[in-house]
Design a protein around this ligand. Structure first.
Ligand code: NDP
Length: 297
């Protein structure tokens, strides 16, 4: 079997188009421009790249983009004060603090100081609780993007066996919660899981969010299963230079799976598209307006 490639890049472009169309309507009909503020502390090169591309895409869909680049040595109180200011700014509907933060800053404290209604990353403890109890929340962008692709490919996911490999707070746990809310039978696997290959072989849907290059080989995959690869790992090429690979071995898995997301071009582009989707959703909720259809769960 040669798997259908789930093209996250093309799907993300469609999501951004939908966001852009809704932003245009908000401006024309209500005079409202959704605003996203991104806060970056320090000079982590990968974070700088993410923040730049988030800002660029925010502007491309017609939203207001504000970037706060702060010194790596800034105090926790200064950062909390900046977030208080953004919480109270009516032109800002989404606030994202780029992680990881420098060690002297308490990430949980900082994230939980964001107004939950503006928490477009969905990491605030209130949003975690709302998602966990199946209530309307801000949904973390990466799992939201994975779910959108799964829904687009399958329609209903009800009754499917889903295995999520990885139990992080930003990917694995919210992904499992979303799949449970879709009435999947969900297993969360992690580094202490026994017989991981056998666990993964039971899955109709496999979501790999581990951070280990090409860890999942094709012989762990049930024929016809759908494989969503969240991993982004940079590895050395034998001929020199580097390349990006996921957490699944794409060559062998795509021989067995029914559908698979590539790396790059799968989950990655959907993550930023979902950040924009969450910002427009937050803006609609803040203004008591109808939310755009198909951009959240
Ligand atoms: P974390 O390091 O926070 O979590 C990794 C998880 O994988 C842990 O739960 C860990 O288990 C589990 N794990 C590690 N080794 C094994 C193993 N040998 N067998 C089974 N489970 C294992 O990573 P994240 O969730 O933050 O990210 C995962 C991957 O997704 C990374 O490659 C990251 O770069 C990528 N990513 C991609 C995004 C995108 O936009 N596409 C966004 C966010 C992340 P335990 O808890 O027991 O230690």
């Amino acid at each position: 079997m040669t798997a259908t490639v789930i093209d996250g890049k093309a799907f993300a472009a469609k999501v951004r188009d939908k966001v852009g169309a809704h932003v245009a309507r908000l401006k024309a009909d209500h005079g409202i421009t959704p605003g996203l503020a991104v806060v970056l502390v320090g000079e982590d090169p990968a974070s700088q790249v993410y923040v730049r591309s988030k800002g660029k895409m925010t502007v491309e869909v017609g939203m207001k983009s504000v970037e706060h680049r702060l010194d790596k040595d800034m105090s926790e109180n200064e950062l909390l004060e900046m977030i208080r200011h953004l919480n109270n700014d009516p032109t800002i509907h989404g606030i994202l603090v780029q992680l990881p933060l420098p060690d002297h800053l308490d990430s949980d404290l900082v994230i939980n100081s964001i107004d939950p209604a503006k928490d477009v990353d969905g990491f605030h403890i209130s949003n975690v609780g709302l998602l966990g109890t199946g209530q309307k929340s801000m949904v973390p962008c990466t799992p939201l993007g994975c779910l959108m692709m799964l829904r687009e490919h399958h329609g209903s996911l009800s009754g499917m066996n889903a295995v999520v490999v990885g139990r992080s707070n930003i990917v694995g746990k919210p992904m499992a919660q979303l799949l449970l809310n879709e009435s999947c039978t969900v297993t969360i696997a992690h580094s202490r899981t026994k017989d991981l290959p056998d666990v993964v072989r039971q899955a109709d849907i496999v979501v790999a969010a581990v951070g280990r290059p090409e860890m999942v080989p094709g012989d762990w995959i049930k024929p016809g299963a759908t494989v969503i690869d969240v991993g982004i790992n940079r590895i050395d090429k034998p001929e020199g230079g580097t390349r990006l690979v996921g957490d699944v071995d794409y060559a062998s898995c795509s021989d067995v799976a029914g559908a698979i997301t590539p790396v790059p071009g799968g989950v990655g582009p959907m993550t930023i598209a979902c950040l924009l989707a969450n910002t427009v959703t937050a803006c609609c909720r803040a203004n008591d307006l109808d939310e755009p259809e198909g951009l959240t769960v």
